[in-house]
Structures are given as structure tokens and as C-alpha cells.
Design a protein around this ligand. Sequence first.
Ligand code: NDP
Length: 241
Amino acid sequence: MSRVALVTGGTRGIGAAISVALKAAGYKVAANYAGNDEKAKAFEAETGIAVFKWDVSSYEASVEGIAAVEAALGPIEVLVNNAGITRDGMFHKMTPEQWNDVIGTNLTGLFNVTHPIWSGMRDRNFGRVINISSINGQKGQMGQANYSAAKAGDLGFTKALAQEGAAKGITVNAICPGYIGTEMVRAIPEKVLNERILPQIPVGRLGEPEEIARIVVFLASDDAGFITGSTISANGGQFFV
Ligand code: NDP
């Protein structure tokens, strides 16, 4: 049996590690991305993982993109909602555009991608939906009112949908990463990283994308069938809920 998995934002950072780990675990993987063709094509050539371009903030584009994935690989049984963006700014300076962009991708994107896949999972009595939220959705973060609101919304979505999916063999869970060493975080000036960020992390280091990917592989497996509606924090001891 080789299940089909879709990873949104699956060509870079944490999503790329998730795509690669799912492929290594035997899944047929589709990696979605938004616009960075060069990076996506290089990822496809390097890993052999098929890439599919659409913007998850559009429902119509998501319906079309999912149809293309299912035509190429078969019905999607594992969905990892990972695509995410930041448009940071202090709230008094935040524009409606910054707000709407982040809510559109990081929260509405989960509706747009999950909704067209959900009925098929119900019909087949099996599904795994794994939402990548954030520590900043759990605790809030100054300069990220939009991002924190969207990521907290992802947790509410997870818990509600878990209740709807339970009788149909579908589990829905969330992962809240702390600081993970992706390009974005590694681009932070070394001084800020060493003096301001690392001291907040009890284990004394950034997380690795592969550490999030391994949680996804477990949650996607048959072994994790009793885990639903859960939030798994992976933040090096920075914040407990
Ligand atoms: P990256 O910026 O490295 O990669 C983002 C990926 O998402 C890219 O593949 C990008 O495609 C894709 N993407 C962005 N917007 C859209 C969109 N509208 N439609 C489709 N695809 C889109 O992100 P990270 O790996 O750092 O983050 C991944 C997830 O983890 C995000 O949800 C983020 O909020 C969350 N997270 C990250 C943390 C970290 O420390 N890095 C900490 C906590 C949570 P393209 O290449 O085309 O732009």
C-alpha cells in the first residue's frame, strides 16, 4: 500500500523536510508551492517529488490544484497544511493588506485545501489531516497579531474538524513548532540569534525541519489512529500548554 500525501508549501523549509520524510516512509507525495518556480523545480529534480503550483489562499485555485494532484497520483489520504507566510508589523502600523494576506494563506488556506479533500476522506473512511500551526499561535507574539490570530485559528479548526472526522476514520492534529532552523530563521543576524533568541530556548538550539517532519510521519501512520484533536508542541521547552 502506498498512500498519497499532499504537503502544501512542500518545496521549501519545514514543508520540504516533511515531503522528503513522507516519501522515505513510502508515501506518494505531492508538494504544493506558491510562486518560487526555480526553487520548486530544483526540489523536484533533486528529490523526484512532484510539485504543483497554486495559491492556497484561493478556493478555486485549490480545487483545481487538488484535482491535478489526484489525477496524477490518486486520492489524497494524508494532507499536511504547512504553507504559511509572515507579514509582521506592530499592530498600530499594520495595514489591512498585511492582515488579509496572512489570514488568507495561514487560516483560510486550511479551509480552501481541506474542504475539497474532506468528502473523499469521509467516503473512504480514512484520512489524516496535519496542520502546521506555531508556538506564536499558542502564546501570541508582539509584531505578529495577524500571524498569531491565524495560527490560533488553525488550532480551533483542528479541534472542531477532529470531532467531525472521528467517526469516519479521519484524524486531525496540529503541530506547533518553535524556532526551527529554516532559511527564514537562519537569516536572522547572528548577534540577535545568539543573544536574544537562543537564551529563550531551554535546550539551547534551534529545532531542525526534520524534527517536525518526524512528528508528521508518526501522525500520518496507522499507529497514531487514537490521536486526534491534539496539538503537539515542538519548541525546545520554550513554552508549555
Ligand atoms: P518557508 O518560507 O521556508 O516556506 C514556505 C512554503 O510555503 C514555500 O514552499 C512557499 O512556496 C509556500 N507558500 C507560501 N505561501 C503560499 C501560498 N499562498 N500558497 C501555496 N504555497 C505557499 O516556511 P517555513 O518552512 O519556515 O514554514 C512552514 C510552516 O511552518 C509555516 O506554516 C510557518 O508558519 C510554520 N512555522 C515555521 C516556523 C519556523 O521557525 N520556520 C516556526 C513555527 C511555525 P514558494 O516557495 O513558492 O514561496
